[in-house]
Design a protein around this ligand. Structure first.
Ligand code: ATP
Ligand code: MG
Length: 265
């Protein structure tokens, strides 16, 4: 239940509704308390990029989806924030790309796992990996609970999608040779930098676009998908993402300068 009513013409309605969803997810045990802080960090970066999906993020979305369609065994890692914000899209993307969903929690509690399973099932998920009773193995050199991965999921995956992920885990996944795709609003986070493909955008905008693009690209020949992935350079992608932030801030600054000039007239 949403606790506050946000007027439909409120300028920051989507952002406030998204925040409400995270708060509800926290009340329902889906989102960890630290997840609230991570969300706030994301909101700050969303302000800096102008709360819109830009051309560079669209390129990264295409590369991400193409790489998922090309992978032999892609897996989508699901944490509390991703589950509370985009459960239906996670299920749809998983089905279109043949990429199972695997629950992976930094702060493991059985109630959280159960709440996430319930939410994903409600969104249409048929199979969910990573739960406590599943066969598991450990990622070396990672000291949190998240070193545990499903043997049929991330354990044997060639590509892992890790939206809103912590840097330590991304680094560990890279160390064991996985191709890593992420969605992260902060182009300077360690996850953004370690990943092979980083979509610098809000998950609430990026995920529906990934679903749409995966439907389109699924019918394209392998060679075309390979060309999209080959042409993508994550270092350049992150540089451009930062340039887009600078451009946006310069526009904002120019806007304020104009207002000040008007006032002084
Ligand atoms: P890192 O560990 O990668 O250096 P961090 O410690 O700042 O980064 P974490 O909490 O570990 O961050 O990971 C969460 C990441 O997800 C942050 O970079 C945050 O900006 C990003 N994030 C939060 N909410 C969203 C969202 N709705 N969409 C996209 N990214 C988000
Ligand atoms: Mg971190």
């Amino acid at each position: 239940m949403t606790e506050i009513e946000i007027p439909s013409d409120h300028p920051r309605r989507v952002s406030l509704e998204t925040r409400e969803r995270i708060i509800e997810g926290h009340q329902d045990n889906i989102v960890a308390t630290a997840g609230l802080l991570a969300h706030g960090r994301g909101e700050a970066f969303d302000y800096l990029i102008g709360e819109k999906t830009n051309d560079q993020a669209m390129k990264a979305i295409d590369a991400a989806v193409a790489s998922m369609l090309l992978a032999d065994h892609p897996v989508i890692s699901v944490n509390g924030n991703a589950c509370s914000l985009v459960p239906e899209e996670l299920v749809e993307l998983s089905e279109i790309c043949g990429a199972p969903l695997e629950i992976n929690l930094f702060y493991y509690r059985k109630e959280r796992e159960d709440a996430i399973v319930t939410a994903l099932k409600k969104a249409g998920a048929k199979e969910i990996l990573g739960t406590i009773e599943r066969p598991s193995e450990t990622i070396p050199e990672l000291s949190s609970n998240r070193r545990k991965v499903d043997s049929d999921g991330i354990g044997s995956a060639d590509l892992v999608v890790v939206p809103l992920e912590d840097g330590d885990r991304t680094e560990a996944l890279k160390r064991i040779g996985k191709f890593v795709v992420t969605i992260d609003l902060n182009p300077m986070s360690r996850t953004s930098v370690y990943s092979d493909i980083t979509i610098v955008d809000n998950i609430v905008r990026a995920m529906p676009l990934m679903v749409e693009r995966s439907r389109d690209l699924k019918h394209e020949p392998r060679e075309k998908l390979e060309a999209i992935v080959k042409a993508f350079d994550n270092r350049k992608n992150l540089e451009t993402a930062i340039e887009r932030i600078i451009e946006h801030l310069e526009k904002q600054a120019a806007g304020f300068a104009n207002i000040t000039k008007e006032e002084n007239r």
